[in-house]
Design a protein. Structure first.
Lengths: 180, 662, 148
C-alpha cells in the first residue's frame, strides 16, 4: 500500500502544474498585488506637467473619485494602452489624471502632443519619489481612488477594453452609489 | 534545402525511436528474439538521424542561413563562429535537439559497452530509452522545430544573448545535459528490472558505472553554471537558489543518494526497492527540470520562452513517463526485504541516514521552488521564497551528513563494528575540528561562518585522510585503493573543500562600491586597487569602454585588471567583470557608470571585491566529479562477464580475516 | 514596462540609451559598518522589476531608487525592521526574500520537518527490522569480494 505513496504524491504534483499552466494563461505571474488597496492614498503634491508652478495635492482631489494613470514617454506598454484610454477615457465618467513617471517633461509633452492627450490633467513626478509611496514598480499602472482618497483598485499593466468593461467600470459604478 | 533535410532526419529519427521503444520491449515480453535484436540497430539508426539533424543545424548556423528562423533569431553576421556553434543550444528549440542528441550519446555508449547483458534485459533498457527519445522528438517536431523557415529571409539576424557569449556558457549546457540525461540510463535499468522481474542485484552492478558517470557530469555541469554566473552576471554571486538552478540541484541530490544506495544494494543486496525508487526519482527530477524551465510556470532569469502549449505537452509527457514508472513500481517492486541484515551501527545505517537527509533536502528544494505556485493555487497571495529559506534549511539538513561523513568508510557492513576504532576516529576528527576552529578564530576574528567552515572541513578532511592512511598501512601496494574506493575518497574530500569555499567566501568577502577618478586608490584588506582610467576598445561584435585597475600589495603590483562595459551590435549592454583568480582569494572588479555621463575621462563608479577561497567551491565540486568518474572506472565494472553470472568471491576468508584485524 | 519585454530587459541589462550597470552605486557612507549594514539590508530585499535579483544587484531604475530610499531611511536613524516595514507597506511582503511564518506559509516552513519525521520513522523501522534478522554467517562482507 505504501508503494502507492510516490505515485499519489506525483499525481498531486501534476495537478499543481496543470493548475500552473492554466493560471498562467489568465494571469501575469510577475504581478505583485498592492498592499494599498483599501488604504488611503499617500498624500502627494506634484507639479502640473504643463505649468510646473501649479501643484496638485491629494486634498484638491477629495470629494469625487478619479483614476490616476501612471505613464511615461519611454514606456512601450504605455503606448499600447494609450489608444484604449483615448477611446474609453471620456466614457468613464470620472476624471482621468495622468501621472508622468520619471520622465523628461519635454519628452512627455511631445509624446502627448503626438499621440493625443486623454487626461483631464497631468502631473509630473520626475524623481519617482512619490511613486514609491504609491508602490509603483513599473508603468503603466493605474489607481482608482475614491471620494475620500482611499485607493480602491489598482491595475498593474496596460488597460485593455475588456478590463475596462469588466473590472474598472463596475467599480466606478459602485463608487458612485456609495457617495452620491 | 538543408533545413528540410534536417526536418526529414528528425521525422525518420522519431519513427526509428518509436520502433526502438516499442518492438524490443514487446520482444522481451514475448520472448521473440528477432524483435529483441532490433534494439541495437534501431537505436543506432535513430542516433545517426538525430546526429545528422544536429549537424545540419550547426551547418545552418555556420553558413549564416537566416532563412531558418532559429538561426535568424540567435545569430548575426558578426557573431564569431564558436559562438555560432554555441548558439545551436542557446535557445529552446536547439537545446531540445541537444537533449535528444545527448540521450543518443548515452544510448550508443550503452549498446556498445554492454555486450554481456542478457538480451531481454538490454532490449527493455534500450526500449525505455527509445520511448523517451520518441517523446522528445515528438515534442520537437510538433512544438519546437528548430528548422522552421523564416521567409522572406532577413539580411541579418538577431543575436545570441550576450550573457551566453562566454566560454563557460558554451560548454555548460552540454555538460549538464550529460548529467541530467545520463540519469535516464539508471532509470531505464530500473524500469527494465521492474518489467522483467529481474530484481536480483546484478542489474544494479550494471547500472552503477552509468549512474556514477552521469552524476559526475551533473556535478561538473552545475559547477560550470555556477562559475559562469559568478564570472558573467557581474556581482560575484555563484548560487541564487533560482528555480532553474534548483531544477539541476534536485537531481544532483537524489543522484548522490542513489550512488550510495546502489552501492549498498550491489554489495549487500538490501534496499533494492529504495534503489529502484531513487532511480525513478532522479530522472523524474531531470524531466521536471526541463518542464520548469520551459513552461513559464515559474519566473526565472534563466527561463526559456514560456508557451502554455509546450508546457502542456511536457506535462503530459512527464505524467506518462513518471506516473507510469511509479505505477510500475507500486505493482512490481520487491515487497519482501531482501539482502543481508544490518545493525544500528553499520555502514548501511549510515548510508540510509545520509540518503534520508539528501532526499529530504531535495524535497525541501522542490517545496520551496514550487511554493509560489501553491500560493497562487490556494490564494495565499504572492509568496516570496528565496535564499533565506533554502540556505537555512539546506544547511540544517546537511549538518548530520557532514557529521557522519568521516565514519562511513570505518563502519562495517552489517554492523558489529569495532567501536574502539570508531571512537578513536571520532576523537581525532574532533580534535582536528577544534584545532581548525581555533586557527580560524585567530585569523579572522570571530566570524562564526568562517570558523564553522574551517571546523567542518577539518572534520571531513581529516576523517577522509585517516581512512586513506589506514588503507595505506594495512594493505599491500596495488590493493590499497580500488578505483571505487578512490572515487569515494575523492568525492568525500571534495565535500570538505567545498565547505571551506562556501563558508569562508560567504563570511569573509568584502565588497565596496566606490567612485574613483583616474589615479585614485582604494584599499580592501591587504590590497590597494588603483584606477588608471578608461579607454575604448572593440571586439568582433561589440565595442567597449575598458577600464584599467592595477592591484598592489605591499607596494608590488599583483594584478592588472581590465573590466569592460560592452555594447553589442543590437544595443545590448553587458558588464564584463575582471577577475584575478587565486587559490586563497579572487579579486574582482566591475565597471559601472561614469559619474558624469559626458565625461568618460573623469571619475567612474566601480565595484571592487575580495573573495577569499571562492575557487574552493568549484574545486570541491570538481573533486566530486572526479570521484564519480573514478568510481565508475573500477575494474570490476569493466571486465567481461558471462550473462547474469554473479561476481566470483575474491579470497573471502582472507578478506574477513583482514577486516577483523583492522 | 509591464510586458514579457521586461524580463528580457533585465537579462540583457537594458537596451541602448539607458545606463546598464546602475547596481554599482557608490553612496557616501560614513564608515565601513554603515556600508556593510546597507549591503546586508539590500541583499535581503527583492527587486520587483527583475524579480529574481535582490536590490543590491539589480540594475533596474526602481532598484536604484529604492536603494537610495533605504539609504535615506538609514540616515534618518530607522532600524532594519522599520526600513523593511516601510517597504512592505508600499510593495507588500513580496519585497522581502524571507517568507514570513503565517497561516499560509506553515506548510512551507514545516513541510520539510514533516517529511523528515516521516522518512526518519521509515528509516528507524527499517533498521530495527533489519537488525532483528538473524546475523549473517561469517562469509565475505560483500557479495562481490570487497575487502572493505
Amino acid at each position: 500500500m505504501s508503494r502507492l505513496v510516490p505515485l499519489f504524491a506525483f499525481l498531486l504534483l501534476v495537478a499543481l502544474f496543470g493548475f500552473g499552466i492554466w493560471w498562467n494563461t489568465g494571469h501575469d505571474q510577475r504581478e505583485v498585488p498592492s498592499p494599498l488597496i483599501g488604504k488611503p492614498a499617500p498624500a502627494y503634491a506634484l507639479p502640473h506637467l504643463d505649468d510646473p508652478s501649479r501643484t496638485l495635492a491629494k486634498a484638491d482631489m477629495l470629494g469625487k473619485p478619479y483614476l490616476l494613470n501612471v505613464f511615461a514617454s519611454w514606456c512601450v506598454a504605455c503606448g499600447d494602452e494609450h489608444p484604449v484610454l483615448m477611446a474609453a477615457g471620456r466614457s468613464l465618467g470620472i476624471p482621468l489624471v495622468g501621472y508622468d513617471y520619471k520622465d523628461d517633461p519635454a519628452d512627455a509633452k511631445a509624446w502627448l502632443a503626438q499621440h493625443g492627450n486623454p487626461y483631464d490633467l497631468v502631473i509630473a513626478d520626475r524623481e519617482g519619489r512619490t511613486a514609491i509611496d504609491f508602490g509603483v514598480y513599473g508603468a503603466p499602472e493605474s489607481f482608482l481612488i475614491d471620494a475620500r482618497g482611499v485607493i480602491r483598485y489598482k491595475r498593474i499593466g496596460p488597460f485593455t477594453p475588456e478590463v475596462i468593461e469588466k473590472e474598472l467600470k463596475p467599480r466606478i459604478a459602485a463608487l458612485r452609489k456609495e457617495a452620491p | 534545402m538543408t533545413p528540410e533535410l534536417g526536418q526529414l532526419a528528425l521525422v525518420l529519427a522519431l519513427l526509428l525511436a518509436l520502433a526502438q521503444g516499442v518492438l524490443p520491449i514487446l520482444g522481451a515480453w514475448r520472448g521473440n528474439r528477432a524483435l529483441m535484436a532490433l534494439a541495437r540497430p534501431a537505436a543506432a539508426g535513430q542516433a545517426v538521424f538525430v546526429g545528422t539533424a544536429f549537424m545540419l543545424l550547426v551547418w545552418a548556423f555556420l553558413q549564416f542561413d537566416f532563412s531558418v528562423r532559429y538561426v535568424a533569431d540567435n545569430s548575426n553576421l558578426a557573431l564569431p563562429w564558436y559562438y555560432r556553434i554555441a548558439a545551436v543550444w542557446g535557445a529552446h528549440e536547439g537545446s531540445m535537439l541537444l537533449w535528444v542528441a545527448i540521450l543518443d550519446v548515452w544510448t550508443v555508449a550503452l549498446i556498445a559497452l554492454s555486450r554481456s547483458l542478457p538480451e531481454p534485459f538490454l532490449a527493455r533498457v534500450v526500449g525505455v530509452l527509445g520511448l523517451i527519445a520518441a517523446g522528445f522528438l515528438a515534442f520537437i517536431l510538433f512544438t519546437s522545430n528548430p528548422f522552421e523557415r523564416l521567409l522572406p529571409m532577413p539580411a541579418d539576424g538577431g543575436d545570441l544573448n550576450p550573457v551566453l557569449q562566454d566560454p563557460g556558457m558554451t560548454f555548460h549546457p552540454p555538460v549538464i545535459y550529460m548529467g541530467y540525461v545520463g540519469f535516464s540510463v539508471a532509470f531505464a535499468f530500473a524500469i527494465a528490472g521492474l518489467l522483467g522481474g529481474e530484481l536480483e542485484q546484478a542489474w544494479v552492478r550494471w547500472s552503477r558505472p552509468w549512474t556514477n558517470v552521469a552524476w559526475g557530469f551533473l556535478s561538473a555541469g552545475i559547477v560550470a553554471g555556477s562559475w559562469w554566473a559568478y564570472a558573467e552576471l557581474g556581482w560575484g554571486g555563484w548560487w541564487f537558489w533560482d528555480p532553474v538552478e534548483n531544477a539541476s540541484f534536485m537531481p544532483w541530490l537524489v543522484g548522490a543518494a542513489l550512488v550510495h544506495a546502489q552501492a549498498v544494494t550491489e554489495k549487500r543486496g538490501s534496499l533494492r526497492a529504495w534503489t529502484i525508487l531513487l532511480s525513478i526519482f532522479a530522472f523524474s527530477l531531470s524531466l521536471l527540470g526541463t518542464f520548469l524551465v520551459r513552461s513559464g510556470v515559474l519566473t526565472s532569469v534563466h527561463a526559456f520562452a514560456s508557451d502554455p502549449r509546450r508546457g502542456l505537452f511536457i506535462l503530459c509527457f512527464l505524467a506518462v513517463v513518471v506516473g507510469g514508472s511509479l505505477l510500475l513500481y507500486a505493482l512490481r517492486a520487491p515487497k519482501v526485504a531482501g539482502g543481508k541484515p544490518f545493525g544500528a551501527v553499520s555502514r548501511e545505517s549510515a548510508v540510509l541516514v545520509g540518503n534520508l537527509m539528501l532526499a529530504v533536502a531535495a524535497a525541501m528544494v522542490l517545496l520551496g521552488t514550487l511554493f509560489p505556485l501553491v500560493g497562487d493555487a490556494l490564494d495565499l497571495g504572492k509568496v516570496s521564497v528565496g535564499p533565506p529559506y533554502f540556505g537555512f534549511l539546506f544547511t540544517l539538513l546537511m549538518l548530520p551528513v557532514v557529521v557522519l561523513l568521516p565514519f562511513g568508510p570505518f563502519l562495517r557492513w552489517g554492523g558489529a563494528g569495532d567501536t574502539g576504532l570508531l571512537r578513536s576516529v571520532l576523537l581525532r576528527v574532533a580534535v582536528a575540528a577544534v584545532a581548525g576552529a581555533v586557527v580560524a578564530a585567530f585569523l579572522v576574528g570571530g566570524q562564526p561562518k568562517a570558523i564553522a567552515g574551517t571546523a567542518g572541513a577539518a572534520w571531513v578532511g581529516v576523517g577522509t585522510l585517516l581512512y586513506v592512511y589506514k588503507r595505506w598501512r594495512e594493505m599491500p601496494r596495488g590493493r590499497r585503493y580500488p578505483a571505487e574506493m578512490a572515487g569515494m575518497l575523492l568525492a568525500h574530500f571534495g565535500v570538505g573543500v567545498f565547505l571551506v569555499g562556501v563558508l569562508l567566501s560567504e563570511s569573509l568577502s568584502v565588497t565596496r562600491d566606490v567612485r574613483m577618478a583616474p589615479g585614485d586608490e582604494q584599499a580592501i584588506g591587504a590590497y590597494r586597487f588603483r584606477f588608471d582610467g578608461v579607454h575604448a576598445t572593440r571586439g568582433p561584435n561589440w565595442h567597449a569602454e575598458q577600464g584599467t585597475v592595477t592591484v598592489l600589495k605591499d607596494g608590488r603590483t599583483v594584478a592588472v585588471m581590465h573590466p569592460q562595459k560592452r555594447t553589442y551590435l543590437r544595443g545590448q549592454v553587458q558588464t564584463e567583470s575582471a577577475i584575478d583568480p587565486g587559490v586563497t582569494r579572487d579579486l574582482y572588479v566591475a565597471l559601472g557608470e561614469p559619474m558624469d555621463a559626458g565625461n568618460l575621462e573623469g571619475a567612474w563608479a566601480l565595484r571592487l571585491y575580495e573573495k577569499p577561497f571562492v575557487r574552493w567551491i568549484w574545486a570541491g565540486g570538481l573533486l566530486m566529479m572526479l570521484g564519480g568518474f573514478a568510481s565508475a572506472a573500477d575494474r570490476r565494472f569493466r571486465a567481461r562477464r558471462t550473462a547474469g553470472a554473479p561476481q566470483p568471491q575474491a579470497a573471502p576468508a582472507a578478506a574477513v580475516a583482514r577486516e577483523s584485524r583492522a | 514596462m509591464h510586458a514579457p519585454f521586461r524580463l528580457l530587459a533585465c537579462v540583457l541589462l537594458l537596451a541602448a540609451g539607458l545606463a546598464a550597470a546602475q547596481a554599482i552605486d557608490p553612496l557616501p557612507f560614513r564608515d565601513r559598518a554603515e556600508e556593510v549594514r546597507f549591503q546586508n539590508l539590500t541583499r535581503q530585499l527583492r527587486c520587483l522589476v527583475c524579480q529574481n535579483e535582490n536590490l543590491a544587484d539589480s540594475n533596474a531604475d526602481l532598484a536604484r531608487d529604492l536603494r537610495h530610499e533605504v539609504f535615506g531611511l538609514m540616515r534618518q536613524g530607522k532600524s532594519d525592521g522599520e526600513i523593511k516595514q516601510y517597504l512592505v507597506d508600499r510593495y507588500s511582503r513580496f519585497v522581502l526574500y524571507d517568507p514570513p511564518l503565517d497561516r499560509g506559509t506553515v506548510l512551507l516552513w514545516f513541510g520539510p520537518a514533516l517529511i523528515l519525521l516521516a522518512g526518519g520513522a521509515v528509516v528507524w523501522l527499517t533498521i530495527r527490522r533489519r537488525s532483528r534478522a538473524a546475523p549473517a554467517a561469517a562469509t565475505a562482507p560483500t557479495d562481490n569480494g570487497d575487502d572493505w
